[in-house]
Ligand binder design. Structure first.
Ligand code: PLP
Length: 392
């Protein structure tokens, strides 16, 4: 069963009000590495799939399973599988649907570790890739080869918030048998885009971000049709990046406020983006909710909200941008996004600091780029903090 609408009722209950074990209002945390069988007949019924039960926690755990059920509903998916991180979700999904000798297309401006996994690790195992701009559907068509099996993109991308036309990509993909569209929709979150309904075969979220929302856990989820999710689950069981029950419980707890939080992130980020665009010390703002964003029309068509991440170029060089980062007081300097606490991040001195300025520019990362994860503090306080930092 999947939900058509995500609101606070869905967020709190995850479907009909449900009787949980031990008459508990909340899902109990099953802290066990292994589960017993009442008889050999029960084991055989479990193995046949007639009476499934948890057996070993690397394969399944009741608390994790309940979180998976809830996440599948949020994504409008038949099933979901949880992982120990968003990267585990990305890497395990790609490894599930690609083999040596095959080819994939990925859209540029993706999270750097995902790009490195595609460009270095998958290449090492004989999987070639082509990188295409997110706004160029005809270039995707041109990049298609007979052995192309996956198109991978972020929705929106991190850090420039590019929004690809998933409907057009999905239509293109349907002309080729056996090509999967895998979308990392971490920055949209399920509240802002029904990515599977737009034509994706698999949707991935780093649940570390908006789904959990408190900057206190690391998790990832893969959602889609049961058969595809089962294939990813089987590889997860072999590779081993299973989520533990306590983290799954924290995630379940967070989901109860997901719609409330996400709506606030959307509102606050739009206010921050508009305020930044009006500031003379800001050269350019990247936020799909702004009319100035190159993908504003596509985003307005495919998304119901534009998310909680805003990137911008400070007027000036690397040091001018670093000075802004050093001057914020409410916003904290750190990696990640999607939490209650606003965070600021300058890719050139953090996630891309091992590259030269020229190498970064070749990857589209300007020295004066700043990314803000707009949190749940009052929007006026976040704007005031950025303004005093920009004026410092
Ligand atoms: C778009 C995107 N995908 C995946 C990840 C990886 O998630 P995790 O840190 O949970 O492994 C991140 C992390 O920032 C991200 O921004």
């Amino acid at each position: 069963m999947s939900s058509d609408k995500i609101d606070q009722t869905e967020s709190v209950h995850g479907g009909d009000v449900k009787a949980l074990p031990m008459r508990s209002i909340t899902m109990p945390v099953a802290i066990a590495s292994t589960f017993r069988f009442d008889s050999t007949a029960a084991l055989q019924a479990h193995l046949r799939g007639d009476a499934p039960q948890p057996d070993y926690a690397r394969y399944s755990n009741p608390t994790v399973r309940e979180a998976e059920r809830r996440l599948a509903r949020l994504a409008g998916a038949e099933d979901a599988v949880l992982m120990a991180s968003g990267m585990a979700a990305v890497t395990t999904s790609l490894l599930t649907f690609l083999s040596a000798g095959q080819h994939m297309i990925f859209l540029s401006d993706v999270y750097r570790p995902s790009r490195e996994f595609i460009g270095a690790t998958l290449r090492r195992f004989g999987i070639q890739s082509s990188c295409v701009s997110p706004d160029d559907v005809s270039a995707i068509e041109d990049a298609m080869q007979d052995n192309t099996r996956v198109i991978f993109c972020e929705f929106p991308t991190n850090p420039h918030l590019r929004v690809a036309d998933l409907r057009a990509i999905s239509a293109l993909k349907k002309k080729r048998r056996g090509v999967q569209l895998i979308v990392d929709a971490t920055l949209a979150s399920p509240l802002n885009a029904r990515v599977l309904a737009l034509g994706a075969d698999i949707v991935i979220e780093s649940a570390t971000k908006f789904l959990s929302g408190h900057n206190d856990l690391v998790a990832g989820v893969v959602c889609g049709r049961s058969g595809r999710v089962e294939a990813v689950r089987e590889l997860r069981s072999l590779l081993g990046p299973t989520l533990d029950a306590q983290t799954a419980y924290l995630l379940l707890r967070s989901l109860k406020t997901f719609a409330l939080r996400m709506k606030a992130h959307n509102e606050h980020a739009l206010a921050v983006a508009e305020a930044l665009e009006a500031h003379p010390n800001v050269e350019r703002v990247f936020y799909p909710g702004l009319a100035s964003h190159p993908d504003h029309a596509v985003a307005s068509d495919l998304m119901s909200g534009f998310g909680g991440v805003v990137s911008f170029h400070v007027r000036g060089d690397l040091d001018a941008a670093s000075a802004v980062v050093d001057r914020v007081r409410l916003i904290q300097h750190g990696a990640s996004l999607g939490g209650a606490e606003s965070l600021i991040h300058q890719p050139a001195i953090f996630s891309y600091s091992d590259l030269t300025s020229e190498e970064r520019a070749a990857q589209g990362i300007a020295d004066n780029l700043i990314r803000v994860s707009v949190g749940l503090e009052e929007a006026t306080d976040i704007v005031a903090d950025l303004y005093q930092a920009l004026e410092g």
